[in-house]
Design a binder for this molecule. Structure first.
Ligand SMILES: [Zn+2]
Ligand SMILES: [Zn+2]
Length: 353
């Protein structure tokens, strides 16, 4: 079933580092269990910027032209013969990783660890800076009319925060510290608020980001350029420390302060990936205080919750969108994200406008 789907579409294709060209490509053909989504909004993520400037993240290397972008939402334009979860015309959020469904990780429900996952905009898989994208139906989620496409695109970074909250068992009434207020950190604040953290203490260097954190639900902001995070957290918690800390920036000093901000028996999540493999951590502190440490890799089973939380109005995630671009200007959008970090929060590209 289709809805006036053209045969060709525009795509923003990265040919090499800092070289994105607008090209005409065929609209993807569907398998029986796939959905064709007319892409209405795509957020630019830190990982897109890494591929754009370095051509690689760890062992994932761009070896042929690739389409970036993985935080997307849109309208169902066509469905395969066996699709029953959505219909043509539905507004949907797209979860960007398609898993095998049969390996141990998948069967355990931890499908983010599936070794065969095909994740949008992770080489060699193409992403969402296109007008139409196809996706297996179990990764397409209907959204209510009250949720805008740009908010639905933000479910992706929001999912990381929801997953961190689940992994670290953050409970209503607990105190959480979140280090780093990039888009993932900001959406993690929203996740902490959504699950009912009583105090949400955040750190960053950029005043714009700390202000945005307050909008997302932070109760205390610490500018680490001016204040010592340990002193401030100690004051706020009256010397006790926080129940849970999440480091989202991949900053070694922030990871060390996240660890030392914990109360005895506290839980730490490592969300941000540092540039270096090894960072000194206070091992006796971890042992003496029975600290639990959780690695966070993407997310699993978060989209339905993310859609419900954002639809409920618990936070207004739209406030994070500072810049909007057409697909034709994807490269300009990437350059803006790179060169104006102090002015931009989330930049969104609209492929069908
Ligand atoms: Zn992302
Ligand atoms: Zn699997």
């Amino acid at each position: 079933m289709t809805n006036n789907v053209p045969t060709t579409m525009k795509a923003a294709v990265m040919h090499s580092i800092r070289d994105i060209r607008i090209e005409t490509l065929p609209v993807p053909q569907l398998k029986d269990d796939e959905v064709l989504v007319k892409v209405m909004a795509v957020g630019i993520c830190g990982s897109d910027l890494h591929y754009y400037t370095d051509g690689r993240i760890g062992h994932y290397k761009v070896e042929k032209p690739i389409i970036l972008g993985h935080e997307c939402a849109g309208e169902v334009a066509a469905i395969g013969a066996n699709v029953n979860r959505v219909k043509v015309g539905d507004r949907v959020a797209v979860e960007p990783g398609v898993t095998c469904g049969t390996c141990e990780a998948c069967k355990e429900g931890r499908y983010n660890l599936c070794p065969d996952v095909e994740f949008l905009a992770t080489p060699p898989v193409d992403g969402a800076f296109v007008q139409y994208i196809k996706m297996r139906q179990d990764f397409v989620f209907q959204i209510p009319d009250t949720l805008s496409y740009e908010e639905a695109a933000l479910i992706e970074p929001f999912s990381v925060g929801i997953h961190a909250a689940a992994r670290t068992k953050l409970q209503a009434g607990e105190i959480v510290a979140i280090m780093g207020m990039g888009p993932v950190g900001l959406m993690a604040v929203a996740a902490a608020k959504a699950v009912g953290a009583s105090q949400i203490i955040v750190t960053d260097l950029e005043p714009l980001r700390l202000e945005a954190a307050k909008e997302m639900g932070a109760t205390h902001t610490i500018n680490v350029a001016e204040q010592d995070p340990m002193d401030e957290i100690s004051k706020i918690t009256r010397g006790k420390g926080v129940d849970v800390a999440w480091e989202t920036a991949g900053n070694p000093a922030a990871l060390q302060s996240a660890l030392s901000s914990l109360r005895r028996g506290g839980r730490l999540a490592i969300v941000g990936l540092p540039a270096q493999n090894e960072i000194p951590l206070n091992i006796p502190f971890i042992a003496d205080n029975e600290v639990d440490i959780y690695g966070i890799f993407r997310y699993a089973n978060t989209y339905p919750k993310g859609i419900n939380f954002l639809s409920s109005g618990v936070v207004d995630a739209k406030k994070l969108v500072t810049d909007r671009y057409r697909l034709e200007d994807t490269m300009e959008a990437m350059e803006r994200a790179l060169n104006h970090k102090n002015e931009c929060l989330k930049i969104v590209v609209y492929p069908n406008q």
